[in-house]
Design a protein around this ligand. Structure first.
Ligand SMILES: *Cc1c(COP(=O)(O)O)cnc(C)c1O
Length: 463
């Protein structure tokens, strides 16, 4: 098993193996870890995976990236345990929605959103790594809703981890909030911050940039900047494409996008050799990515609250990875762009490269609701607002010849208000989740302030 090395998009942090890159999260120079090179799958390698169980596809892909950190014998049981908690035997079933449009259902995991795919496994990999190093870690994360619940579900009860999840108070749905605040385990802490998601994410970055604090608590991150999450997610793009004729036939994916993690996982699948014609980046009215890809101007604006809160983001962390690729891995150029306050113009050559992989669209609040209503009327199925944003964008980017796979990123019952508004019917939580709405809640309220947040962490970890 050869060891894959990970390098920082900003070029000055030391290269690390998979395990250290996972435990570290953000690189010490502020960059994001990327594999030093892309493994290649041949058409025969892909064909060999067709018809296999989802777990086998995850294993095959992960083994290319974890070399030197986890053996096949270690990884296989972790993968099997992770997906045994999913409530659909296919884990990510594909459902035909229209002539050329298919829905990839990614909401059958324990917290009903796609984040479970990666976090269930990353939680187990973290626990295994910390155990063999006889180490503890404090994991801090910011969430616009679904990462927090999926992370808490994956790490609750672990001896070696204290977890602090910052979420924007009042900006997540009730189901999302309850999924974070009803975990009774003493190692998990949900912090309601008086600010928006970008503020939460900025405070987490501040904690990582405080070298003393970072070392004292062995900070770890499980936001989608964590490479381990991205690589696990690449598996469902492969699984879905194989079902629709890959590697002989190309496919297009429509991905509701916030932090650019999920759509970048699709790019990873493409780098492995999966024939992906287009990656459709779907945004709501927080459209920085759509503006960047259409005008070349990457400029942050104020975040506005929408029906699709998990995409209410104006600073899209993983976009740095896409820029790194588009620059031919020119780290000094990335440093220069990322250090400009308020945003930057994407250089022409990089913009051309980005546009050869990604197309984008923006969807209004009204379009989101009417698309939910339209699908419900035609198929009887309710979709969540994020999913509707992806589907709407797929329809608007009409010049694609290949089959389009739209990602259903969350269960509609996580966002009942929007779905009721659009369809007149209340989407039901699965029976096994019914108790969520009656369990007692526990959360810490905090101002948008680094010293206050650090004090909260210091106090709870020592306790
Ligand atoms: C996190 C999330 C997204 C956005 O995914 P990114 O990887 O941040 O781009 C979209 N939809 C739902 C339901 C999510 O939870």
């Amino acid at each position: 098993m050869s060891e894959m090395r990970y390098i920082s998009t900003r070029g000055s942090a030391a290269a690390l193996g998979f395990e250290d890159a996972m435990l570290t999260g953000l690189a010490a120079d502020g960059g994001l870890y990327m594999p030093e090179s892309w493994p290649q799958f041949s058409a025969a390698d892909f064909a060999e995976l067709r018809g296999r169980k989802f777990e086998e596809i995850v294993l095959r892909i992960c083994l290319e990236f974890v070399g030197g950190s986890f053996s096949e014998a270690e990884l296989k049981p972790m993968i099997d345990q992770s997906y045994s908690r999913f409530r659909h035997p296919a884990r990510c079933p594909l459902r035909q929605l229209d002539n050329n449009l298919h829905l990839l259902e990614l909401f059958h995991g324990p917290t009903l959103a796609f984040k479970d795919f990666a976090l269930q496994l990353v939680g187990r990999m973290f626990a295994a790594s910390l155990q063999r190093r006889a180490r503890r870690s404090v994991i801090v994360g910011a969430t616009s809703g679904d990462t927090g619940s999926a992370a808490i579900e994956a790490f609750r009860g672990l001896e070696s981890v204290d977890m602090f999840i910052l979420f924007p108070e009042g900006r997540v749905s009730e189901v999302q909030r309850r999924q974070m605040t009803t975990a009774s385990d003493s190692n998990v802490h949900a912090i309601a911050v008086d600010g928006d998601f970008d503020a939460c994410q900025a405070r987490v970055k501040d904690m990582f940039n405080d070298a003393g604090f970072r070392q004292e608590f062995c900070l770890g991150a499980v936001n989608s900047i964590n490479w381990a999450r991205i690589v696990v997610q690449a598996a469902y793009f492969v699984a879905a494409a194989l079902q629709l004729g890959a590697p002989e036939r190309g496919v297009t994916f429509a991905v509701p996008t916030g932090n650019f993690g999920d759509v970048f996982a699709a790019y990873v699948a493409k780098q492995l050799g999966l024939p992906i014609d287009r990656l459709i980046v779907a945004t709501n009215r927080n459209d920085i990515l759509h503006r960047a890809l259409t005008t070349g101007s990457y400029r942050t604006g104020p975040v506005s609250a929408t029906y699709s809160p998990s995409m209410d983001i104006q600073v899209s962390s993983n976009f740095e990875r896409a820029l790194f690729e588009a620059s031919d891995r020119d780290a000094p150029r990335i440093v220069e762009l990322m250090c400009r306050q308020g945003g930057f113009e994407i250089p022409g050559d990089m913009l051309d490269r980005l546009r050869s992989d990604y197309v984008s669209g923006r969807v209004s609040e009204n379009q989101t609701l009417s698309r939910i209503g339209d699908i419900h009327a035609r198929t009887g199925q309710a979709v969540c607002p994020h999913t509707a944003v992806g589907i709407e964008t797929a329809y608007s980017v009409s010049d694609t010849n290949s089959p389009v796979i739209a990602l259903a990123t969350a269960h509609p019952a996580k966002f009942p208000d929007a779905v009721r508004h659009a369809t007149g019917t209340e989407p039901c939580l699965p029976d096994w989740m019914a108790e969520l709405m009656s369990l007692p809640e526990r959360m810490i309220r905090a101002p948008d302030s680094l010293p206050d947040l650090q004090a909260i962490i210091r106090e709870r970890v020592s306790a």
